[in-house]
Design a binder for this molecule. Structure first.
Ligand SMILES: Cc1cc2nc3c(=O)[nH]c(=O)nc-3n(C[C@H](O)[C@H](O)[C@H](O)COP(=O)(O)O)c2cc1C
Length: 173
């Protein structure tokens, strides 16, 4: 039987929520990054957040996977970008994975939200800086105007339906 583990990094809970939904659907193992080992699993799913254009901790996860002996890796990233922001998403993946990795590793994005209440002090400060920058900007693109509105307060757009394509692939075994 194909043994799968979902390892996730989550600061404010959104990635954890998606990881838990997926683990329930797949009836597989789940652990926060750092506490679960990849060894002994056939498939590893790594979930993390988008952070200033980067998939946080991706490099460590990729090298741990290479050393693990596991056969298959899938990635998912949660963030504030809308699922429909195709160009931004393509840019994001190009920044985080090489063309070869994009070809070889199934990767998925799931829109989540923002949670100021659970954010660390550094992240709050970064968000404050972004708010200030956008407020001062004279000619905003429609995306920037949308972002300015979206980051005003906490919100949660998580939806188990966003897991659909990843679950479909993982169920194929
Ligand atoms: C400082 C900071 C930078 C962020 N940068 C991005 C980003 O580049 N792209 C994006 O889509 N979301 C970005 N986000 C939103 C987070 O990725 C989003 O809230 C994520 O779902 C958090 O996951 P977690 O709750 O599992 O920690 C950022 C959030 C913070 C606080």
């Amino acid at each position: 039987m194909n043994k799968t583990i979902i390892l996730y990094r989550s600061k404010t809970g959104f990635t954890q929520k998606y990881a838990e939904w997926a683990a329930k659907e797949l009836a597989c193992a789940i652990a926060p990054w750092g506490r679960g080992a990849m060894k002994g699993y056939d498939t590893v799913v790594f979930g993390t957040r988008a952070h200033a254009g980067r998939a946080e901790g991706l490099r460590q996860a990729l090298s741990a996977f290479e050393r693990s002996g596991a056969k298959r890796l899938a990635l998912f990233v949660t963030g504030a970008m809308p699922n429909t922001a195709q160009e931004t998403l393509e840019q994001f993946w190009a920044q985080n994975l090489t063309a070869e990795q994009r070809e070889a590793i199934p990767h998925f994005y799931m829109q989540a939200g923002l949670c100021y209440e659970r954010m660390g002090p550094l992240d709050r400060l970064l968000m404050k800086g972004l708010k200030k920058y956008l407020a001062r900007k004279a000619c905003k693109t429609p995306e920037e105007a949308q972002m300015e509105e979206a980051i005003r307060r906490s919100y949660d757009m998580t939806d188990p339906a966003f897991l659909g394509p990843m679950l479909e692939l993982l169920r194929k075994g």
